[in-house]
Design a binder for this molecule. Structure first.
Ligand code: NAD
Ligand code: ZN
Length: 253
């Protein structure tokens, strides 16, 4: 209700007012108001399609084609999405220097779109707005992939430079985590005064290890999520409410 939102916003605003070196950790829940479905809510992406894991992607051209068909099917939602209230609030806090960094599990590019500097953003699971060759690392824009895909009547395209497999620049289940991003996330988590978890069910590891690390290092752990998460018991402040509603009210204070 409106009163619950007000009470939650007051608690969050009190934490934000004292924050000097905060870190935000975001999941799919910060982007649902932007029209991008999350994974595990009813009707979420998970219930529609089990994700294609890395070994299957590598193993067959048919799987690669299926992965690209699914990626293009998401384009109406992903391609047109604009940052939401949560993204905008974090961008403001980062600009003010209260937030040292944002660690995101999201692949939608909306933190960049909200104006967060590259040096303040860690993308743990990559970015779906472009593609790379898994063998030589050449970057391809989505339009290039789509044109090749359509010209080849739905055949998954190979790298123009080395004929390697071209994959959306996201990290699939079974794919090694990006080492540089993991190291940056660990450094941020180990040295922050407040760690804000926003819109993550905290079931995907190793990503869910960062809130644990921050708490052990002495940070105040805040979890803001519509539903209970795996780590609510560990948190100093748990708010079960809508991210956009609570941030909008908290930032107004
Ligand atoms: P998740 O789907 O497991 O959890 C999202 C959580 O957010 C849920 O617990 C849900 O209750 C909550 N939520 C949804 N809308 C909310 C709102 N408006 N306010 C407050 N809470 C809200 O997502 P996850 O933990 O990020 O893990 C999913 C994995 O799937 C990630 O690794 C990510 O890479 C990927 N993914 C990304 C996107 C994206 O980029 N936007 C979307 C779907 C999945
Ligand atoms: Zn290549």
């Amino acid at each position: 209700s409106g009163d619950d939102i007000k009470a939650a916003a007051a608690e969050l605003a009190a934490v934000l007012a004292d924050m000097r070196a905060g870190v935000a950790f975001t999941g799919a829940g910060i982007s649902t108001e932007c029209g991008i479905p999350d994974f595990r809510s009813p009707g979420g992406l998970w219930s529609r399609n089990r994700p294609i894991d890395y070994q299957d992607f590598l193993a067959s051209r048919e799987m690669r084609a299926e992965a690209w068909r699914r990626r293009f099917a998401l384009e109406p939602a992903l391609g047109g999405a604009k940052p939401g209230r949560g993204h905008r609030a974090l961008s403001t806090l980062a600009g003010e220097g209260r937030l040292r960094g944002i660690i995101t599990q999201n692949i939608d590019g909306l933190h960049q779109a909200s104006g967060v500097a590259e040096g303040q953003l860690v993308e743990l699971h990559g970015n779906s707005t472009y593609a790379t060759c898994l063998d030589c690392g050449t970057r391809y824009e989505l339009d290039w992939v789509r044109a090749r895909f359509e010209a080849g009547q739905g055949r998954a395209p190979d790298c123009a430079a080395c004929a390697g497999p071209v994959k959306s620049a996201t990290i699939s289940f079974g794919q090694p985590m990006p080492a540089a991003a993991m190291a940056r996330a660990a450094a941020l988590s180990g040295a922050c005064d407040v760690f804000l978890v926003l819109g993550s069910s905290l079931v995907v590891w190793p990503a869910a290890g960062f809130p644990v690390q921050a708490k052990r290092a002495g940070a105040t752990l805040v979890i803001l999520n519509r539903e209970p998460t795996e780590l609510d018991d560990l948190a100093d402040l748990v708010i079960h409410a809508d991210i956009g509603d609570v941030f909008e009210a908290a930032m107004a204070r």
